[in-house]
Design a protein around this ligand. Structure first.
Ligand code: 2AM
Ligand code: CA
Ligand code: CA
Ligand code: CA
Length: 314
């Protein structure tokens, strides 16, 4: 157990996410009603940033500085310019993506969220993900389960449905994304993996293929929907710590498995922990809660699925 007052930190983070959500909604209205192009192509024409990404991060950073002046802060807009991974110390560190799903944001596709994670002693211990367009709030703290509050309703424990068995990939609804590297090589590699999951005439688990693939364009929202049980698996390569910090806690507290899918980082072992290796692994897989996931048998099933998945995509 950490010495942090997680209940108080959660209350603070939720109210911060709501305040940031207001700004995101206003920004969306402004962007969609403006005839001017307010979108900046960071690295290429698909890696977008707007003044709202920066304004929301600034707001969140200021609020945190005031309430928790000794805590460290890692945010996408302040960090990604350096191009290198942030280094986490043992100190409490807020790890924030001010707008996850910026492409959705500029198109008015309602899956953009703010993601607020708290890292302590290199473990993710608190996660808040808020979608201001749908008014869906996801949150979790270590040891207290994961929760969803929809549009001012009362908190519902995740997963939303009793956890069904997930015996193999063939029963799965799988979330994947296209990433921001649109070089022919990178896109071909993703497309090859996707087609293996979708079937590709090859066999996934005895002649079947995954039920289908989905791309909703927000890493954090994908993790939240895996925790809910609405998606079975989310697989991503190239994510940064601010994409995953909140999702780690929400998925794990719901009874799902969150891991780096780069098994070489763990000597081939699927550990399911939330150490800094998971935070900075760049390749991720999340698996929804499955029946008796808290028991050894359920954990074994989840680990087997990760292995099966990794073998299928390559
Ligand atoms: P962003 O909107 O904060 O940039 C879109 O596919 C999702 O992937 C978004 O959550 C997006 O975050 C995130 N993302 C951005 N760049 C990425 C990359 N290089 N690899 C993987 N995911 C990325
Ligand atoms: Ca971005
Ligand atoms: Ca992001
Ligand atoms: Ca972002």
């Amino acid at each position: 157990m950490s010495e942090l007052d997680l209940a108080k930190l959660l209350e603070f983070s939720i109210s911060l996410a709501k305040e940031a959500g207001e700004l995101i909604s206003q920004g969306s209205d402004a962007i969609l009603s403006s005839e001017a192009d307010e979108v900046d192509d960071k690295k290429n024409s698909v890696d977008l940033v707007t003044k709202y990404d920066k304004a929301v991060e600034e707001l969140v950073n200021q609020r945190i500085k005031k309430a928790y002046p000794t805590f460290a802060f890692v945010g996408e807009e302040g960090t990604s310019a350096s191009g290198s991974l942030p280094v986490f110390t043992d100190e409490p560190t807020f790890c924030v993506d001010p707008i996850d799903g910026t492409t959705n944001f500029v198109h008015g596709f309602p899956f953009s969220v703010i993601s607020i994670g708290l890292i302590y002693k290199k473990r993710a211990v608190l996660g808040v993900i808020f979608n201001p367009f749908l008014d869906w709030l996801y949150y979790a703290t270590e040891g207290n389960g994961a929760w969803l509050v929809k549009a001012g309703g009362s908190p519902t424990k995740l997963p939303l449905h009793p956890p069904r068995p997930l015996p193999s990939l063939s029963k799965a609804l799988i979330a994947v994304e296209w990433g921001s590297d649109r070089s022919a090589k990178a896109i071909q590699a993703r497309a090859d993996s996707f087609s293996r999951l979708a079937g590709d005439g090859k066999e996934v688990q005895g002649g079947k293929m995954a039920h289908s693939l989905r791309s909703i364009g927000s890493a954090a929202m994908n993790f939240a929907m895996v925790a809910s049980g609405q998606l079975d698996i989310y697989w991503e390569i190239g994510c940064w710590p601010w994409d995953v910090a909140a999702g780690i806690v929400i998925v794990q507290e719901a009874g799902g498995l969150f891991n780096t899918s780069d098994l070489s980082l763990h000597n081939g072992e699927v550990t399911g922990d939330s150490t800094d290796k998971v935070l900075t692994g760049r390749k991720y897989i999340a698996i929804r809660p499955i029946s008796d996931a808290k028991a050894e048998k359920g954990k074994e099933t989840q680990k087997r699925l990760v292995k099966e998945f990794c073998e299928t995509i390559v």
